[in-house]
Design a binder for this molecule. Structure first.
Ligand SMILES: *Cc1c(COP(=O)(O)O)cnc(C)c1O
Length: 218
């Protein structure tokens, strides 16, 4: 099956309350365009360079979410290209985004990435530090915290991801209940090709899917 058919089927299958991010790492501009022409509205990129490479062809036909690990020296470019950064996990990164957005006259919606599996080598803030981080960055005038994102550990069996999605959803609800000034807990980004069904059951309203749309990566 082709990208267009995959995209249409997936969009049809997802509940209306859910937004789909097409995770487009390693894909060509033509592949991404095929997805966009089939109704996909948000493109996710892990690398600023990859987004730059296909941006001229795709541009504002879609919105762009940054879903990779953002290095400080890439923030300036990222701020120009992206409409949301899903992977804020430190005060320093948030401050850099805020500073570059101020220069660009922009306010960036951000999600805070949770290291729900508490994996030492993985990006994301630890679950028990999430509240502290959000309280620290929420006053920054040029970013706006709009929810949480998590990857969770990689498993063959999607059921194994469920506890990590539950953990993240609990943090989401707890922070929402705190009603922190200028924090709008709207998006819960979790679930990929093999786990999105479980993620939806556990409250995700933003899913990031690559393989199911574009096929296996080389
Ligand atoms: C690649 C990627 C995805 C999508 O993974 P698939 O298994 O191809 O659906 C989702 N989120 C992030 C952060 C990714 O890097």
């Amino acid at each position: 099956m082709g990208i267009k058919e995959n995209s249409r089927r997936l969009l049809k299958e997802l509940p209306d309350r859910v937004e789909l991010v097409a995770a487009a790492k390693t894909r060509t501009a033509d592949e991404v365009l095929a997805a966009v022409e089939s109704g996909i509205k948000i493109i996710g990129q892990n690398y600023v360079q990859e987004a730059e490479a296909i941006y001229p062809a795709v541009g504002n036909k879609a919105r762009w979410h940054f879903i990779g690990h953002l290095q400080k020296n890439k923030v300036k470019k990222a701020v120009k290209l992206f409409d949301m950064i899903e992977t804020v996990d430190s005060v320093e990164l948030a401050q850099e985004i805020d500073k570059r957005c101020a220069q660009a006259g922009k306010v960036m919606p951000v999600l805070v990435e949770i290291n729900s599996g508490k994996e030492p080598q993985k990006a994301g803030v630890l679950p028990e530090k999430a509240e502290e981080l959000i309280k620290a960055i929420s006053p920054l005038p040029n970013i706006r915290v709009m929810g949480l994102m998590t990857m969770g550990p990689r498993f063959g069996n999607p059921e194994d991801s469920r506890p990590y999605f539950i953990t993240t959803k609990k943090i989401f609800e707890r922070i929402k209940a705190l009603a922190i000034a200028s924090v709008e807990m709207k998006y819960l980004s979790m679930g990929m090709t093999n786990s999105y069904t479980v993620a939806l059951e556990e409250g995700a309203n933003l899913v990031r899917i690559g393989t199911r749309i574009f096929g296996e990566r080389e």
